[in-house]
Design a protein around this ligand. Structure first.
Ligand SMILES: [Zn+2]
Length: 767
């Protein structure tokens, strides 16, 4: 059908442009206008129409989302390139993995190869402008007849993903349309904009826990091997208008420096074209660093792909924001005060800011991307080969990681091997079952980055001043997080074969042979603050087949609570109590009003209901911040020794710490005597002797010597943790309480501590 249409279009060439509908005409709405949004289904239907009408556009299905929506990507290029799609893919694959490729063969591919550019939009569903812009951009590329655009399309293949989060986009457009015209118009969603992980969908690109992440990973690293990857985001409304790389410090020195040189070329041209168009407020070297690995395009840095992030200031979804000049401020790394600096030479002066402005900025940057990808086509292809060869050459002869079959938790070890293969890392298996990952391969740097402990590079901008803080967490060491034994060694001369279809036996790991009297009835508490950690908790239980329900503040207050266990995920104490965070005098600012049905916290009634639930025999399980609420409301003989600690005395953006585990308790059953746990808050317990009708057990403690605390990441003030408790279990009336003073299920990554969560659930139904 497609081929017939393409043929017809060829015959009727002069009329072609008229036959390709614009998004506004096709959807019968003014795309980009105030208070107007195309939703995901409309966007997808438009791209399907473009595919049918234009030989330059081909829509590919990427896979399904968590909620079963179809994810699409448009391949956009010249008609000839679209026809030669498979050959172009094959050429790019050879450049990305040049093992066995001679210089002459590489040069031949570089001579007629195309730059492959991946652009992803709308991963954060409320950052919605890029998904609207994508339709207009695709349309204009489909109909353009000017020589410059045609030259770009001849040299570049654009892979355009209009939304990396279709489910979230549907949630956002539904909610926006429901409240448009009311005083709640443009307000935040009272739940997370992804079924499980909300904003953390952009923290998942090394762990690949979500189908959307895996779909993109397949497109990028198995199928297309793009040289450039640009992810389009939005940021706050009251600072610079648009962040375009160069990135801020620190930099990971294992990433090939040509990555940063290419990032800077692409970014500089974007800013240049925007400035020419009279667009103010562009900034580089701001906030977003060149070190953290978890985001869409970041993971690619260690896979030799040049990844850029764009962040444009937000409106209130599709509602204009009116910003007074005095409301504009700096306050982030790279712009302390809001004024002209070399990385921000033309500050925006304030005024009305609309979704259309965001789309215009994004469009100029996106067009500039194609221009640069065309101009530097041969360089970008050649540099990819250079980077891949450098990664291969950096390994010592025979250097490899071994994942031995003989280990405590083989199913989780299999999961790690599966994950590496899913990343298109070459994983081999020996006859005895051991997995081997040779380092002399194009993604060798990525393997090392995921296997070794992180030591955060401390960078100061002025002598004696504070170091630059990490953008996100400071650790991603998989063997420690997953509790898997891995050895870096030299590969012996043994027979191994490449394995690509590893099927881990992960579901069985959770019960560890424990016979349960019954499956516990489990609920997680879902505040109206949109708790991402609550989502991850549901993900964990759903993934391992433990049925779970979410309960709202109103559900808890109203009762009944027919559950064996209730989990309070990592939620701020004030949000648990009242629904909104408490701010100090200096932080007081406007708190947006939510619709009445989405207001409030547990309040007094909810607290009483939880106490009755536990007194009557239920089990309450608290993660991280929620422990403070439980300690206070239940008057437990436990205190957080780090409560109120000053930032200069203790700081930890997210690191792996060593815990010593007590052996003889149901919650620690099957755990090793030491484990790496993920900690990102100021929390460490001191317990005291309880009254005679209460029992308490310290389940996990920090080491005595501060040098033993940190396993991977960065902590300032680790001495504050020594000898403190990290997890405590107590009885309370007929029920039980378990306090985890860390994140036992952090972002679906911490397999090493998942069993403690399940054990706590099993304990709730123990006789
Ligand atoms: Zn974002």
């Amino acid at each position: 059908m497609k081929r017939v249409l393409a043929l017809l279009a060829l015959l009727a060439l002069p009329a072609l442009a008229q036959k390709v509908p614009s998004p506004s005409d096709f959807l019968n709405m003014q795309v980009g206008a105030d208070r107007t949004l195309a939703d995901y289904k409309q966007i997808r239907s438009y791209f399907r129409a473009l595919d049918a009408a234009s030989p330059r556009v081909e829509v590919e299905v990427m896979g399904k989302t968590v909620l079963g929506e179809e994810m699409i990507m448009a391949v956009i290029s010249s008609e000839e390139n679209i026809r030669n799609k498979e050959r172009i893919k094959e050429q790019s694959r050879k450049l990305a993995d040049p093992r066995g490729l001679t210089d002459a063969e590489a040069e031949a591919i570089i001579r007629d190869g195309k730059t492959i550019v991946l652009v992803t939009c709308n991963i954060h569903a409320s950052e919605i402008a890029s998904s609207q812009m994508a339709m207009e951009w695709a349309h204009d590329l489909a109909v353009a007849n000017d020589p410059e655009t045609k030259r770009r399309l001849d040299n570049v293949v654009l892979l355009l993903v209009p939304s990396l989060n279709p489910d979230g986009e549907t949630m956002i457009t539904d909610y926006y349309r429901k409240y448009v015209g009311t005083k709640y118009e443009g307000g935040r969603l009272p739940w997370i904009y992804h079924h499980y992980v909300g904003h953390d969908n952009n923290r998942d690109f090394f762990m690949l826990t979500q189908p959307e992440t895996r779909n993109l990973n397949r497109i990028a690293y198995h199928e297309w091997n793009p040289q450039l990857f640009v992810d389009e985001h939005q940021m706050g409304s009251d600072g610079p208008r648009m962040f375009i790389p160069p990135f801020a410090d620190p930099v990971d020195t294992d990433v090939h420096p040509l990555i940063w040189r290419e990032v800077n070329i692409v970014g500089a041209n974007m800013a240049h074209r925007l400035e020419q168009a009279g667009k103010a407020g562009l900034i580089y070297g701001y906030s977003f660093d060149a070190y953290w690995i978890g985001g869409t395009r970041n993971t690619g840095w260690w896979k030799n792909v040049t990844g850029l992030l764009l962040e444009t200031a937000s409106a209130r979804i599709a509602t204009p924001a009116n910003i007074e000049p005095s409301e504009l401020h700096g306050g982030a790394k790279g712009l302390i005060e809001y004024k002209a600096t070399i990385n921000h030479p033309n500050p925006w002066k304030g005024g009305v800011w609309r979704m259309r402005d965001i789309m215009d900025y994004e469009r100029i940057a996106s067009d500039s991307l194609l221009e640069t990808a065309m101009i530097y086509r041969a360089d970008f292809l050649r540099n990819l080969v250079t980077r891949a060869r450098a990664a291969i050459a950096s390994a010592k002869p025979g250097e490899a990681y071994r994942i031995p079959k003989q280990q405590r938790d083989w199913p989780t070890a299999q999961h790690l091997a599966w994950l590496m293969a899913e990343h298109n890392v070459e994983v081999r298996q020996a006859d005895n079952g051991d997995y081997w990952i040779p380092l002399a391969q194009p993604y060798g740097k990525f393997v090392t980055e995921m296997m070794e402990p992180q030591r955060y590079p401390e960078v100061r901008l002025q002598a004696g001043k504070e170091i630059l803080r990490p953008y996100d967490v400071a650790t991603w060491t998989l063997p420690l997080m997953m509790g898997v034994e891995v050895e870096r060694t030299t590969m012996p001369r043994i027979q191994t074969k490449v394995v690509t279809d590893i099927k881990p036996e992960t579901k069985e790991v959770i019960r560890r042979g424990q016979a349960l009297p019954k499956m516990p009835r489990v609920a997680t508490y879902k505040p109206w603050s949109a708790s991402i950690d609550e989502g991850w908790t549901r993900w964990l239980l759903d993934t391992y087949g433990v049925p779970v329900k979410s309960v709202t503040p109103q559900d808890v207050q109203k009762g009944p609570l027919p559950y064996d266990a209730i989990i309070l995920a990592d939620i701020n104490k004030e949000i648990l109590k009242t629904g909104s965070p408490r701010r100090s005098e200096s932080q007081i600012r406007y708190e947006e009003e939510m619709p009445p049905e989405y207001r409030g916290g547990l309040e007094k009634a909810g607290s009483e209901a939880l106490k009755k639930f536990v007194s009557d025999g239920g089990t309450l399980i608290a993660f991280d911040d929620s422990c403070e609420y439980v300690i206070e409301e239940f008057a437990l003989p436990v205190r957080n020794a780090l409560s109120g600690v000053k930032a200069e005395d203790y700081a930890n953006p997210g690191s792996l710490v060593r815990l010593k585990i007590r052996a003889d308790h149901p919650v620690t059953k099957g755990m090793p005597s030491e484990v790496g746990a993920f900690l990102d808050s100021a929390m460490a317990f001191e317990t005291t002797s309880p009254a005679t009708d209460m029992q308490r057990w310290v389940l996990a403690t920090y080491p005595e010597d501060e040098r033993d605390v940190l396993l991977s990441g960065w902590i300032n003030g680790a001495d504050r943790l020594t000898r403190k408790a990290a997890a405590v279990a107590l009885t309370y009336g007929k029920g039980k309480i378990v306090l985890f003073g860390f994140r036992p299920q952090n972002r679906g990554q911490t397999h090493a501590t998942f069993p403690m969560v399940f054990n706590a659930l099993w304990w709730s139904v123990a006789p």
